[in-house]
Design a binder for this molecule. Structure first.
Ligand SMILES: [Zn+2]
Ligand SMILES: [Zn+2]
Length: 421
């Protein structure tokens, strides 16, 4: 009787000591290699036989319909960090088709109370890390905490399968986890949007700064100088308002109002102080010279003519139209001079410079001028040396010794999610 008790105690100690098997990557039984219908490696019986059969059926179904290689491995203990282990196991077995990298591994280490999803490169889009993290926290971990390993794995597998079988269902499943503040795709979208909003705010601040600098720089100067300063920054602020969700309007509106006021706002006569009157376009010709009238007609300068109703004092203010092709004539100095031809007289070669002639004519005084420019020698064609072997390169990680075997030789970049219970 005593001997029996002693044997019993020894057997308990031995079973406790050996009970927790610690695995290296090589020691995990690759059940799929032995039997291609099996996708669950459960050497320690963490899953019941019935549970394993149901999980395996689900994994087989998704493999049959999508070719995704989704494998579940549940063991007592691992000989290294579960993240490292999952990546190494994934690569050693070469999960997923080599071209689509549609492998997926769920690795469970019971004694560490930890699990990891590891995705192949081709799965990361459909199964983002945040979503897999949610499945761990919402579906698997709560059941594991109650000791229900079959139910936890099955719930996790079913969640993943429903996405793999119907990618359209992904949105619905992700919204089910919406209140889970994790790094899901939606949060990424929110973050990008917040970032954009912040950029727009910065654009608004930059616009205000431009306006402040323009006002400071033209402080104490006349209306014309102020108008020019505002006119200079106006296109940039207008552009920022378009791309900045309208936020830079905070600077655009004052810029437009001030710009208009500086040009067309009421102002007193410098001689008597009576408010000046703006003469309309039809009648301002009476005050302009022939050259100024011509400049207005060809659109190179717009003139504003102001007259004092009291003493007849006139103010003629020129506004250069920057977009006009007309430049100042070197002879009559009216802005009525433009390029009429641009010819290459001598073509450049690799040994000699070329010559280009630009001819301009003034529509006011008829002056015609030529400008000659040399064209630099043409550059010699660069010599390209192609080294043998430089093209092609390595074929990367081919997925390990089982690449040509039962799994497809897929590769993981380490995507997935980790969680405990
Ligand atoms: Zn006056
Ligand atoms: Zn001229």
């Amino acid at each position: 009787m005593k001997r029996q008790l002693l044997l019993y105690i020894i057997s308990v100690i031995v079973s406790l000591g050996l009970g927790a098997t610690t695995y290296s990557v090589k020691e995990i039984p690759n059940v799929h290699l032995a039997d291609s219908t099996r996708f669950v490696s459960n050497p320690d019986g963490i899953l019941s036989a019935d549970g394993e059969a149901r999980i395996n059926a689900a994994l087989r179904r998704v493999h049959g319909q999508t070719s995704a290689e989704f494998v579940v491995v549940a063991v007592d203990e691992l000989d290294e960090d579960i993240d490292e282990f999952a990546t190494n196991l994934f690569r050693a077995w070469g999960l997923g088709k080599k071209d689509t990298n549609n492998g997926l591994l769920l690795l469970i280490s019971k004694n560490d109370r930890e699990m990891v999803f590891r995705t192949g490169g081709g799965m990361e889009g459909l199964l983002p890390d945040g979503l897999l993290g949610s499945i761990i926290r919402k579906e698997i971990a709560p059941r594991f905490r109650n000791g229900d390993f079959d139910g936890g794995v099955l719930a996790g597998v079913n969640s993943v399968n429903s996405i793999l079988l119907d990618p359209a269902a992904r949105q619905e499943i992700m919204s089910r986890y919406a209140n889970d503040a994790s790094d899901s795709d939606d949060d990424l979208g929110d973050n990008l949007f917040s970032f954009y909003i912040a950029c727009c705010a910065i654009m608004a601040l930059a616009s205000l700064l431009m306006l402040a600098v323009a006002l400071l720089n033209s402080r104490g100067k006349d209306r014309y100088a102020k108008y020019q300063a505002l006119n200079k920054i106006y296109p940039a602020i207008l552009f920022l308002s378009f791309i900045g969700l309208g936020m830079p309007l905070i600077a655009l509106i004052p810029t437009m109002v001030l710009r208009k006021r500086m040009r067309r706002g009421p102002h007193p006569c410098t001689r008597c102080g009576t408010p000046m009157q703006l003469i309309d376009e039809q009648h301002d010709n009476d005050f302009l010279s022939r050259a100024q009238d011509l400049e207005e007609q060809i659109g190179s300068i717009d003139y504003d003519v102001w007259v004092c109703p009291n003493d007849g004092e006139t103010e003629i203010i020129p506004y250069l139209q920057r977009s006009s092709a007309y430049k100042e004539c070197p002879v009559c100095h009216a802005r009525t001079y433009r390029v009429i031809s641009d010819r290459i007289l001598i073509k450049p070669t690799t040994s000699n410079e070329g010559l280009r002639q630009i001819t301009s004519r003034c529509v006011n005084c008829g002056h015609e001028g030529h400008e000659n420019h040399t064209i630099p020698r043409e550059a010699e064609a660069p010599k390209i040396i192609i080294l043998p072997g430089a093209i092609g390169g390595s074929n990367g990680d081919s997925g390990g010794p089982f690449g040509g075997g039962s799994f497809g030789g897929g590769f993981t970049a380490g995507g997935g999610a980790r969680g405990g219970w």
